[in-house]
Design a protein around this ligand. Sequence first.
Ligand SMILES: *Cc1c(COP(=O)(O)O)cnc(C)c1O
Ligand SMILES: [Zn+2]
Length: 423
Amino acid sequence: MPKNTIHSKQRYLIMCVRCGKTVDERHDQTLCGACGGPLDLAWNYANLKDWMPDSTIEGAVMRYAALLPIQKFDTNLTLQEGDTPLYKLESLGKKLGLRNLYVKNEGANPTGVFKDRGTYVEVLKAKELREKALIVASSGNMAASCAAYTAKAQMPCYVLVPETTPVGKLVQMLEYGAHVVKITGEYSDCVRLAQKLAPLHNLYLAGDFVFRREGQKTLAYELCDEFQRMEKFSGKKIDAPDVVIVPMGAGTHLAGIWKGFKDYFQLGFITKMPRMIGVQADGSAVIVEAFDKNLTRCGTWKKTSTICSAVAVADPLDGDFALQAVYQTGGTMLSISDTETLKAQKLLAEVEALFVEPSSALTIAALPHLFARKLIKNGERIVCVATGNGLKDPQTPLMSLPQPPILAANEDVVSRYLQRKIG
Ligand SMILES: *Cc1c(COP(=O)(O)O)cnc(C)c1O
Ligand SMILES: [Zn+2]
């Protein structure tokens, strides 16, 4: 029997993405022991033949529990992650010439970011492995999310973040009671430190690892289920969106969403795979650089430089995975300047009343480029994933917004000002 065959009763195997070696599920097994590559779960779909998502089960993670690597779900730890709104952008779509443009608003998650789906699964796994405390390196959102779920689980949480972490994220992790250390370096320095220090201090290493990626899959399931519900009314065949556009830092989110679509495809719930499109900031376009050179291996940069702090990743752990997702689905990758990203952030807020953080606006900024290069077409069902809430990082957009005037508390003064404005 080949080494990687799944036994009929096993739900999944954990394998190295690079060298294919299988590994045991252990608390210190976050990367491949043989080559240091990222790990992935291979699911035994034969066990899921009769499974169907039950739409009466509330909560995205519980509804899809059969496709998640947790033995027993502690529902006391859920914060009601997932089941986020899917908006059709009629006004912005009209402006851009795209009549089926959607945004999946992941900023509506409990801590304001998509990562909550993965964090719930990761913290459940830490509990299952009887871990006492957790350490996480983060550019802000991952730590805020981990701090929330560990607060719920009453588990100490140690956080390493860059000194420049946006204030909205910092205040969250402090309120949730995490032990926060600011590092004079960038995100990749924090990751390197956390990986070294976790075993030394017997802490569970949370981050862009195998169990988190599984939690992120639920966004893909949810999207397919939502489009299928729409199909009932339109009478047309819609099973998955045509295109899904995702901002990339480490690439874990895009890889997880792709994996979710693959699960649904394998199970026969959808008949085609959406094209996956990854967007980065010009100042941290590490994965895009590999894509432009047609490489399957993502490199590393020494430094990043962008206002999109949530995607400023110099050493993307799931870069190879994201490249594979894009190549295999006939998608593409591109990078965007900070100036354009800020404009797109403002446009989305003004036209659609959706205030997202700069990293999330990358997907909106990408649309005119993709359209001009004929990589997306009018009529296709296009979903931009809005990864995080705008209040997470108020300082960045404030720098380019007009300052409101400060006037005396005097009726005439304010009236004169209004008259000038109204014209
Ligand atoms: C973490 C994050 C990303 C990037 O996701 P990756 O999984 O690192 O590619 C994008 N946007 C926001 C708001 C994030 O917090
Ligand atoms: Zn390996």
